[in-house]
Design a binder for this molecule. Structure first.
Ligand code: FAD
Length: 438
């Protein structure tokens, strides 16, 4: 049926992109939008339910001119939102960013054509002293063995992820979007196939939610709800928190993000609980089962990931390297074969809209991504965007499921790993008591 402002629209998934889409549709004047999710915002399994994320620093486009145009377009729109939209503005911290690498191969990647350069305002960092000078005395105390990098003081930084997602949902709800959440009433178990089209979604309580347009924004779980023809590879990364003292939190305030592309990254501790979040970097974990890579929730990380986190800390902040973690979890995202987003109408089911494929860099686009998803629904995406975001199963034929996809890890973890290889006793055991330490 032709689209109008009273069309019934269902969004499957109230995560990062679902909340953004809900907000943009409501702002455009759509009056009948509902979002289904097993959990109220912030969903514990949403990749966006996190203290912080990096505002994308460059393009992931390689040498392709059109992809470069698309990355810039996306980044411009996101940055505009972070700087101007009252829904998101309070959660952007323009503290700058440090990008670094250690091995020759990773350095070459970092310094490739789209990488940082002095003409773009980046300051080269050549040695330990250079790195130390980017933060107040006492923060960086390590030896930075083999590190080289770049520092950008403005136009980059971090965003408070959970708070910006909640803010988007709150504003969408205020504008009339209905959030239907709960493991029975909100969990989608399948789509409604009718008349060679998709006519809505079915939830665990057996309800059929009929809709004129169905927008799939279920993140890493989207592939379980609809056959995406191998275009999505659910992949998880690992994060951990360290509790800081109030004095440390003061010293660590307003730090630039520090990201070594083969070690990991950290940002300043959060203002509410003084927890410093870090991620160890690697090409990701899949969970290979007969159904493909299957996401599961876990508030622990493999001990090997803990060891990598601590090795990273030992290089930069050895004074924190042995402090217990107060929290850790695995966090699922989904990679397309080229890490470009998949935001498109479906060629065979005219009422289905796909908003998936965050590919590890989908959070920082929350201010604007819903607008692109709405454009896809209205079939008015600009040509290069439409081309980049298109349904492209031909690119996933014979997909290399172990592909590094442009990522690096330290020795031993410079590969896509498999959670099936992690035995029961090989996970952290962070309990509530650990939360009180520090
Ligand atoms: P999600 O936010 O995961 O949302 C999916 C939603 O679908 C969830 O709310 C879930 O509850 C819901 N859902 C699941 N199953 C169902 C169902 N059956 N029915 C209904 N709803 C369902 N990006 C950046 O830009 N910068 C970063 O620094 C960055 N760091 C990252 C670090 C880690 C550790 C990870 C894992 C990702 C990172 N990303 C980063 C990527 C970014 O977080 C994701 O690309 C983005 O959040 C994906 O958004 P999404 O809406 O597709 O998925």
């Amino acid at each position: 049926s032709p689209l109008n402002f009273d069309s019934k629209i269902i969004i499957v998934g109230a995560g990062t992109w679902g909340c953004s889409t809900a907000l943009h549709l409501a702002r455009r004047g759509y009056t009948s939008v509902a979002v289904l999710d097993p959990y109220p915002v912030p969903s514990p399994i949403s990749a966006g339910n996190d203290l912080n994320k990096i505002l994308e620093l460059g393009s992931f486009a390689g040498d392709d001119e059109e992809e470069r145009y698309v990355s810039n377009k996306l980044l411009e729109a996101a940055t505009h939102g972070w700087l101007n939209d009252p829904v998101f503005k309070p959660f952007f911290h323009e503290t700058g960013c440090i990008l670094a690498a250690t091995s020759e191969e990773a350095r070459a990647h970092m310094n490739s054509r789209d990488g940082p350069s002095e003409s773009d305002g980046w300051i080269p960092l050549k040695n330990k002293e250079d790195f130390m000078a980017t933060m107040p005395k006492g923060v960086l105390t390590g030896d930075f063995p083999g590190w080289e990098g770049w520092w950008k003081k403005t136009g980059a930084g971090w965003v408070h992820a959970r708070k910006s997602m909640e803010s988007a949902a709150r504003e969408a709800a205020r504008l009339g979007v209905r959030f239907v959440t709960g493991e029975q009433v909100g969990q989608v178990t399948g789509l409604i196939y009718q008349d060679s089209d998709i006519k809505g979604a079915i939830t665990a309580d057996g309800t059929s939610h009929y809709a004129d347009r169905t927008i799939l924004c279920a993140g890493a779980n989207a592939a379980a709800l609809f056959d995406l023809k191998d275009q999505l590879r659910p992949t998880a990364w690992t994060l951990a928190h360290i509790k800081m003292t109030p004095e440390e939190a003061k010293l660590y305030k307003d730090l630039p993000v520090l990201f070594n592309i083969e070690r990991g990254f950290f940002m300043e501790p959060d203002a509410d609980n003084h927890e410093l979040k870090m991620c160890d970097e690697h090409p990701g974990y899949c969970n290979w089962t007969l159904d493909g890579s299957t996401p599961f929730a876990k508030h622990q990380i493999p001990l090997e990931s803990e060891a990598r986190c601590r090795a990273f800390l030992r290089e930069i902040m050895p004074h924190l390297a042995d402090r217990p973690f107060s929290f850790a979890r695995i966090c699922w995202c989904a990679d397309t074969p080229n890490r470009a987003f998949l935001i498109s109408l479906h060629p065979e089911y005219p009422s289905l809209v796909l908003g998936v494929g965050g590919s590890g860099h989908g959070f920082c686009h929350i201010p604007a991504i819903g607008g692109f998803i709405a454009d896809a629904m209205e079939d008015k995406l600009e040509k290069p965007l439409k081309q980049s975001f298109r349904w492209r199963p031909e690119t996933a034929i014979g997909r290399d499921w172990k592909g590094l996809q442009g990522r690096f890890g330290p020795e031993g973890a410079n590969r896509v790993m498999n959670f099936q290889d992690i035995k029961d006793g090989q996970w952290t055991r962070i309990g509530d008591s650990a939360r009180e330490l520090g």
